[in-house]
Design a protein around this ligand. Structure first.
Ligand code: PLP
Length: 380
């Protein structure tokens, strides 16, 4: 039976076009983009062309895009750079359901004298905007929130948050790592000040991220002291990865066009599984979600047992977020939604991509029915 990969929020397959674009820069075109000879200039040209592609993916100007080594690095750089620009402000406002890229860093900041407010969500994973508004004060250095949750797919009201914050002169950072190819992306529409992106969520290579910084934003890179996006990250650029990111960004629009088909597949997956298992529920079912993501809580079962059973049948999913799948800690996102441990312990995330086919979803459904049916029989 062929493999069915439904873990695209963890990472996506590098597309053939991306691989082709990268290949020369892994072999004969190996120049350093900082060298002034022709080989260096070829690499420089490729990096700048990738910068244009990533900028255009989010409707931005090229001068505002910094390449980084990952979405995690972009998130932390954004927060650190905003804090460094306003050292007198000691409060950070974020949400309880951010990716560990933000939350783990905030935990560290908490321990070093900052006050971090983690705004909660309701049982559907929807952000409490009133609480967020209440948390904004003259002490607030920044707001950091995600565009779409990597576990539930719930979409956050970034524009509303940005308007609330802007009215008080507070900059907003958006972790948009799960956005491109799933949602239309435009930094003007988001009204945010900094936006983090990652290549490997959009069929690009791992180890390539970007940070968009609105020109004029008060930002100081804590390492270099640079204030302009292009000067922030020093050191030799990872030309093949950046070129791959550019190629993936150019193709992200095609993925967006596939989203109605993907939404229909995701709905079929959910409806059939809910129909087959009376104790299954969808996390965030009542919220607006990105089309490719579904976390199904199999009440009374252990997610690890389901995940392993599916993996043995060639179906690859994740339990909660991929970053916590090595441990049996329940997902902080589902906990923040107030779901009982009976449900959080059995939560499986299915995340589709533009490559996902009808046959793959049908196979996954049959395997889920089989695995869950056996585990339920065993539990009796
Ligand atoms: N933010 C979100 C919402 C994510 O889903 C992820 C990765 O899963 C990250 C940040 C981290 O991105 P990267 O894997 O490129 O470090």
């Amino acid at each position: 039976m062929p493999d069915v990969y439904l873990d695209n929020n963890a990472t996506t397959r590098v597309s053939a076009g991306v691989l082709e674009a990268m290949r020369p820069f892994l072999s004969e075109a190996f120049g350093n983009a900082s060298s002034i000879h022709a080989m260096g200039q070829k690499a420089r040209h490729a990096v700048e062309s990738a910068r244009e592609a990533v900028a255009s993916l989010v409707g931005a100007g090229t001068e505002a895009i910094a390449f980084t080594g990952s979405g995690t690095e972009s998130d932390r750089l954004a927060i650190a750079g905003l804090l460094a620009a306003s050292p007198e402000k000691r409060r950070i406002v974020t949400t309880a359901v951010e990716h560990s890229a933000v939350l783990d860093y905030c935990r560290r900041l908490d321990a070093t004298g900052y006050s971090v407010v983690r705004v909660g969500v309701n049982s559907d994973g929807v952000l409490d905007l009133d609480r967020l508004a209440d948390a904004l004060s003259t002490e607030t250095a920044l707001v950091s929130l995600m565009l779409a949750n990597n576990e539930t797919g719930v979409i956050f009201p970034v524009r509303e948050v940005a308007e609330l914050a802007r009215a008080r002169g507070i900059p907003v950072h958006v972790d948009a790592v799960q956005g491109p190819g799933r949602l239309p992306m435009d930094v003007k529409a988001l009204a945010a000040d900094l936006v983090s992106l990652s290549a490997h969520k959009i069929h690009g290579p791992k180890g390539a991220g970007a940070l968009w910084i609105r020109p004029g934003t008060r930002f100081v890179c804590p390492f270099s002291g640079a204030r302009a996006a292009r000067d922030i990250r020093q050191g030799t650029e990872n030309v093949p990865a950046i070129v791959g990111f550019g190629a993936a960004a150019r193709a992200a629009g095609e993925a967006l066009a596939e989203m109605p088909r993907i939404a229909a597949l995701r709905d079929r997956l959910e409806e059939t599984i809910l129909g087959a298992d009376g104790r299954a529920t969808i996390a965030g079912a009542g919220a607006k979600r990105i089309a490719n993501t579904s976390t199904i809580c199999f009440g009374g079962l252990e997610a690890e047992a389901i995940l392993i059973g599916l993996s043995e049948r060639g179906v690859y999913v994740s339990s909660g977020s991929a970053c916590s799948s090595g441990s049996i800690e329940p997902s902080h996102v589902l906990q923040a939604m107030g779901l009982p441990s009976e449900l959080t312990r059995g939560a499986i995330r299915f995340s589709l991509s533009r490559d996902t086919t009808e046959d793959e979803v049908a196979t996954a459904i049959e395997c889920v029915k089989d695995v869950v049916g056996r585990l339920r029989a065993f539990a009796c």
